[in-house]
Write a protein that binds this ligand. Sequence first.
Ligand code: AMP
Ligand code: MG
Length: 411
Amino acid sequence: MIAVEEALRIVLDSVEKLGWEYVALLDTLGRVLAEDIAAAEPIPAWDNSAMDGYALRAEDSHGASEEQPVVLQMIGTVGAGQIFEGFLEKGQAIRIMTGAPLPGGADAVIRQEDTHATGQEVCILQQLRPGQNVRYASEDVKAGEQVLPTGTFCRPGVIGLLAALGRRRVAVYQRPRVGILATGDELLRWDEAPQPGKIYNSNSYAMAAQVLQAGGLPVLLGPVADSKDLLAQHLREGLQTDLLLTSGGISVGDFDIIAETLKELGAEVLVRKVNMRPGKPFTFALLEQTPICALPGNPISCMVTFELFVRPALRKMQGHRSLFHPEITAVAAQSIRNKDHRPAYLRVILTQTDAGYVVRLTGDQGSAMLHSMAYADGLACVPGETEIPVGSQVRVLLLGDEPAAPALESC
Ligand code: AMP
Ligand code: MG
């Protein structure tokens, strides 16, 4: 049995970044750039106005005030998207809108609020500095500048910048195709009627949702009965994916045939049992270079081992720089006890307070208690044989982006 950190290292060392593909700009959301993005043109491309107001020569506003306005002659209007063809001479002003190119001869813009327009004339109520309310060419991005390096995570701001550079298709790392194979004689497909002794296959759907959340593309295979021949056949099918997940059949029961079947197929088993709770049976193997994560059948063990081992692997394959869930420390609102000698990953609900995050268990932590995961904002990491008293600090891995506010009240 090895430590969680060691198992994680083995898994991560066994997977590689995938290739890249061009996708439409919006499809880059949540993905990672596989090209260095340089700017062909500067942004902005020309000096332009930061305000709705009047373009003028700053020296013409010298000494202007509310009491002693300077009066300038209005010679035209320029809006965003237009070009003013003329040239601004001494004593003149041009009505200008935000984003419009600064007319030749002007070197400042006065805000509309600091003027008083009277037909063909405009009263300037304030003295300006040259450059005031002007956005200079290249001040955001210079021509030729490397703006976004390979490895950049595409969030909305990145997509905005790419659009401003005129990009429509962008190279990003591929999404891994992840085979999902649930095993067990007791499993019903969703379209089968309930039967005594049988249960619906929930793991495939929970895993598929986790794969999607981690950026991968789930490929549902099975479920498959506890038969070595059928299992071998499905495992071989799964080798066409980038990573294969199985659930169930990896413990010590009479029908737990995954490890044996993997070995018979010639797989190299690199992890077999991890010192953790839940999730001890987690197994990792390579079969014809396809990484296979064999997750325990208990729904919670299955989901927790996915978050700890599979998600970082999928993120590495997609070129992410940060592979792991964000970690916080929170204050225990109840005493949290791990009687087992193994480190525990307990499902917790987080509440944000003025004093920081407060944490409490979702309830019964049994590894078959599906609702404990449904309500969980995070996983509290509690070392073996440890009791965390009320008010003490606990390390928590955040499962979502933000704790889900409504769930805090409802359980
Ligand atoms: P196993 O590891 O195959 O012995 O399964 C452990 C427990 O998880 C048993 O109670 C199984 O019925 C349950 N289980 C296994 N696979 C699934 C699944 N795909 N969906 C829901 N529960 C499952
Ligand atoms: Mg089973």
